[in-house]
Design a protein around this ligand. Structure first.
Ligand code: G
Ligand code: G
Ligand code: MN
Ligand code: NA
Length: 254
């Protein structure tokens, strides 16, 4: 409850910030884009990890205004990179189930794009399999409208839910993100290795791009490249970092 009270003031007090984690092409090593990750620098509690406060924000409904702030800030930043550096850097934004279930998401996304002037193709919304399980028709309709705006959509933490091939085929998603729990042990553990290979094949058979999360070593990167995985994200390529550090990395890329 104490955390909930403090979260309630965090927006007004400007205590949130976004860090951005780079994503790379596995074949060329080239930087491709970033995922926005929320950080809470609380005056009273210090730096609070999202694993601790996002669940509280979800239970209290505060994730609605916080989620809209994240969306606006990520779009504003991507637009600023575009204007200041002349670089088109696609940015992924995590959504909570509540944001997706409330009817207003499509309108909010459209409004934020309009307000920030970001080209829609540079925004990607990250959904999870569990968010897509319920209320299939309404979910599909919302996703179709988001795609119609020109916004990209990916499925985050892929492999931890129950998506079937036929179900995925009907959803207008553009990318699968392999959950880091499989990537962690995929070289040592045959089962995890098989799961990662199966997800890569599944993605490609549906003509989707596939990105592995939580890649921490060069060996893992090489293994994934060998298995035909398209892209990677993880500490090996870069930790979540402030916007200025992203700009410097992309400026060096050219
Ligand atoms: O940033 P990691 O470093 O600790 O993030 C932990 C968890 O918090 C991840 O599951 C991530 O998806 C989630 N998360 C990070 N940023 C956001 C956000 O802006 N919105 C939501 N809903 N979840 C987020
Ligand atoms: O649920 P989601 O995939 O959005 O969460 C991303 C989370 O994974 C963030 O908390 C981010 O800080 C964390 N993360 C990113 N790269 C790595 C990595 O290489 N290793 C580990 N252990 N965590 C990572
Ligand atoms: Mn994510
Ligand atoms: Na993930």
């Amino acid at each position: 409850l104490q955390m909930q009270n403090r979260l309630r003031h965090a927006l007004d007090e400007s205590e949130f910030l976004l860090h951005y984690q780079p994503q790379v092409d596995l074949k060329s090593g080239r930087l491709l884009g970033v995922e926005a990750l929320l950080r809470w620098q609380s005056k009273e509690l210090g730096m609070v990890a999202p694993g601790r406060f996002v669940p509280v924000a979800e239970e209290s409904g505060l994730i609605m205004p916080i989620g809209t702030w994240v969306l606006r800030e990520a779009c504003r930043q991507a637009r600023a990179w575009r204007d200041e550096l002349g670089l088109a850097i696609p940015v992924g934004v995590n959504l909570s189930a509540l944001q997706f279930r409330r009817g207003s998401l499509v309108a909010t996304v459209a409004e934020v794009l309009d307000e920030t002037g970001l080209e829609p193709g540079l925004l990607e919304l990250e959904l999870t399999e569990t968010m897509l399980l319920h209320d299939t028709e309404a979910v599909r309709a919302a996703m179709d409208r988001i795609r119609a705006l020109g916004v990209q959509m990916s499925i985050d933490d892929f492999g931890t839910g129950y998506s079937s091939l036929s179900y995925l085929k009907r959803l207008p998603v553009t990318r699968l993100k392999i959950d880091q729990s499989f990537v962690r042990d995929m070289i040592a553990d045959d089962d995890d290795g098989s799961i990662v290979r199966a997800i890569i094949q599944m993605a490609h058979s549906l003509k989707l791009t596939v990105i592995a999360e939580g890649v921490e070593t060069a060996e893992q990167g090489a293994w994934l490249a060998r298995e035909g995985c398209d892209q990677a994200q993880g500490y090996h390529y870069g930790r979540p970092m402030p916007a200025e550090a992203v700009a410097a990395r992309f400026a060096r890329r050219g």
